[in-house]
Design a protein around this ligand. Structure first.
Ligand code: ADP
Length: 319
């Protein structure tokens, strides 16, 4: 009816529609119709030229799908290769250092074997060996962390990030991480800013320690050595909130949303110290670990003034 209306008004119509073929299959038809006036006493005739476009439409659809698929594959492949490139590069840095230090240790040991002359020489050589091995140990720890992050990443993506929740004291977990970091970075001022002495939670102590450790090592990494880092624990109604505050470079409002995404690193964020090795996975993993245990994560920051990273966990009485 609609086509006829156009025909009577315009004299012609052109378009596409779906028709059912006599065999029952549906077909896409490209149609051109013209209204021909035969004479004053004769009825007008509609001349209709139809072309079966089913095959062509199908091919066009298939082509579009192939192009979209190809683009998606290319993007994924690009992301994977960029990621693999970055990972291997990051893995190579500590490996090279380990190799160098071990070679140095071997050299000193070989010399020691040749000249066990006096005790003084011996002592000095042992100190050098010890130093080299300590350095190697630190680099191995970095490598371990990177590899662990990659393992956690794949666990998150395959829904296999299992946490073992038991009743534990969040204050003890935080203080243990604080002590470890104070030993690793004895020159930094890390202050415990809470009067709460006990905070029972149902959580995976190791995994929560991992989150605090990530917040704390980031705070130390992205602030200068002469500034303090404060760690706080507060009770907020049914939740316990742990926060780590630094006076570092801070993060812009836009970046505050993005840093929780995997592999995301703020381009211009300046590392004041630390290993210089990172994959941009720490916050992504922290978020997954906290959310899986019923809590939330977040950051408050003013660029150039510093940042406060926090997470909450349900306190045990509210469970
Ligand atoms: P990374 O291993 O790169 O530190 P994270 O996921 O822990 O990965 O952090 C993502 C990015 O967020 C970092 O690259 C850094 O740019 C930014 N960031 C994290 N913590 C801080 C902080 N305390 N101060 C400033 N920037 C930070």
């Amino acid at each position: 009816e609609a086509i006829e209306l156009v025909l009577h008004k315009e004299g012609q119509w052109e378009g596409q529609f779906t028709q059912i073929h006599r065999t029952g299959r549906s077909m896409i038809v490209a149609s051109r119709q013209v209204l021909v006036h035969m004479g004053p006493r004769q009825a007008a005739v509609i001349v209709e030229m139809n072309r079966d476009e089913t095959e062509r439409a199908f091919l066009v659809q298939e082509h579009i799908e192939a192009v979209v698929r190809e683009a998606a594959l290319q993007e994924t492949a690009q992301q994977i290769s960029a990621f693999v490139g970055m990972v291997s590069h990051e893995l190579k840095t500590p490996l090279t250092a380990i190799k160098g230090n071990l070679q140095l240790a071997q050299l000193h040991l070989a010399r020691l074997q040749q000249q066990i002359a006096s005790d003084d020489v011996m002592k000095q050589a042992l100190i050098t060996i010890q130093y080299s091995l300590d350095r190697a140990d630190r680099q191995i720890n970095i490598q371990n962390r990177l590899v662990n992050d990659l393992i956690d990443l794949s666990r998150i993506q395959t829904d296999q990030l299992n946490v073992q929740r038991t009743q534990c004291d969040l204050v003890q977990i935080v203080l243990a991480v604080l002590e470890d970091q104070r030993i690793i970075m004895p020159t930094r001022l890390i202050r415990w800013k809470s009067s709460i002495i006990q905070a029972p939670v149902l959580a995976d102590a190791d995994r929560i320690g991992q989150v605090i450790n990530n917040y704390l090592s980031n705070a130390l990494k992205y602030s200068s050595v002469d500034t303090p880092v404060d760690v706080c624990l507060e009770q907020e109604e049914a939740m316990i909130r742990v926060s780590v505050r630094d006076e570092g470079s801070g993060i812009s409002e836009t970046e505050q949303q993005l840093i929780w995404k995997r592999f995301y690193r703020v381009e211009e964020s300046e590392k004041k110290n630390g290993s210089g090795v990172s994959l941009g996975l720490g916050l992504y993993i922290s978020r997954a670990l906290i959310e899986q245990q019923g809590g939330q994560v977040g950051v408050e920051s003013i660029p150039t003034y510093g940042s406060t990273f926090w997470f909450t966990l349900p306190s045990i009485s509210s469970e």
